[in-house]
Design a protein around this ligand. Structure first.
Ligand SMILES: [Fe+2]
Length: 398
């Protein structure tokens, strides 16, 4: 067996995490070289990924070509980078643009990080900038506390959310990881919640847990709802400011009017189920990119369902942005509580593969200008949209 000797180990949870919620979430895989997997080994990795949502491989060496090949193996007919190739020309306005530098010979792989990189894989003088919440949040942590306290920058799914289908997986490979003091991630939403985090962590929460901890009446809404995203959502949202938790946007009317967006057509606008079905476990994952949401379409309860105490028993089409966001926030906020967050403590040569259709993640932290951090990131727009709940799921939860 080519998979003999492969072992899995729990991820090192911080003391803040409640282990009861991490029984299946996350696994370190040992005994495999992720850059050189046989088909049989890949099948094992794929199965593990859908069961555990995030896999860690330590001390890997992975060229951009190998990373692309590995990422593509999860969806062999996917081709282009998950956010597209900035074809509209106008995506300069997009909030994603400044964060990404493409590896010239393997353009589906992006160099992300912080600081000035004089030469790397054909890139010269790449100026990388770790996203800072100051550029995005409505309120900010005062300058003098900046290296001590931090925020979740933006909870998200890696996805264009317009025209292209959300990538199945993202691979993140750490090449340079500056060492520094831990920081305290503040929620600043009146709850007093805060989370000590390693410098420059990537924070993950489980979309399955996000669904599981909802009360029955919100599970009923979740299992029925379709989420309509704005056209070119990252351009649309660019003038808007995020909430202090990084979990969505303030509603201040700052989004670009639809007629000022790059050309778009209604048939390319994404309407996706609120819950995405795991292809291996069959579990439902609450997968909504809270910043890009524009409308919610909620069908009525199915026949035979109890109307008593149900929300939107006759269905609804919610188009008021504030109302849309408040409902989504109410459903997602419980799942980013400190005890439910896995903040990965990166070491150089760590490879993390995460099920992009099963988790939400956020960049965290603030680096000094001269701290050089380098990661390779790859995800590919999928060959099809995620599957939503089945009829049985709807019957069970509605
Ligand atoms: Fe991401």
């Amino acid at each position: 067996m080519a998979t003999a000797g492969v072992t899995t180990h729990p991820l090192p949870l911080p003391p803040t995490a409640d282990p009861a919620y991490f029984k299946t979430f996350g696994a370190e895989v040992r005994g495999l070289d992720p850059g050189n997997l046989t088909p049989e080994q890949f099948a094992l990795v794929e199965d593990l990924l859908y069961k555990h949502s995030a896999l860690l491989f330590r001390n890997t060496s992975l060229s951009p070509e190998q990373q692309y090949k590995l990422t593509k193996a999860f969806d062999p007919s996917s081709e282009s980078y998950g956010h597209g190739n900035n074809k509209t020309g106008e995506t300069k306005k997009s909030i994603l643009h400044p964060d990404l530098k493409t590896i010239p010979r393997q353009p589906q792989v992006q160099l992300i990080g912080n600081g000035l990189v004089p030469e790397h894989e054909g890139l010269v003088n790449a100026q990388l900038k770790h996203p800072h919440h100051r550029t995005f949040h409505k309120t900010v942590i005062p300058e003098e506390d900046d290296l001590k306290y931090t925020r979740f920058y933006r909870w998200h799914i890696d996805a264009a959310l317009y025209d292209l289908s959300p990538p199945k997986v993202t691979t993140l490979y750490a090449l340079a990881v500056p060492q520094g003091d831990a920081q305290v991630c503040r929620y600043d939403d009146g709850t007093g919640d805060e989370l000590p985090v390693p410098l420059g962590t990537t924070a993950f929460v489980s979309g399955h847990t996000m669904f599981e901890i909802l009360p029955a009446e919100l599970k009923s809404v979740a299992v029925r709802t379709q989420v309509k995203y704005a056209p070119h959502p990252y351009v649309w949202m660019a003038p808007a400011h995020a909430l202090s938790t990084g979990l969505g946007l303030e509603t201040e009317g700052l989004e670009l009017p639809l007629k000022e967006l790059p050309e778009w057509s209604a048939d390319r606008v994404k309407v996706l189920p609120m819950l995405w079905k795991n292809p291996v476990t069959g579990q439902l994952h609450f997968e909504v990119h809270p910043c890009g949401v524009q409308e919610l379409i909620i069908p009525p309860l199915p026949e035979g369902a109890k109307k008593e105490g149900a929300l939107y028993p006759d269905g609804a089409h919610i188009t008021d942005l504030k109302e849309v966001r408040e409902l989504v926030y109410k459903m997602q906020r419980p799942a980013i509580a400190p005890k439910l967050v896995y903040p990965h403590d990166w070491s150089e040569k760590d490879l993390v593969i995460f099920h992009n259709r099963g988790v939400l993640h956020s960049v965290v932290g603030a680096f000094a200008k001269d701290q050089v951090r380098m990661f390779h990131q790859c995800n590919l727009a999928a060959s099809a949209d995620p599957a939503g709940p089945t009829e049985e799921d709807v019957k069970k939860y509605a």
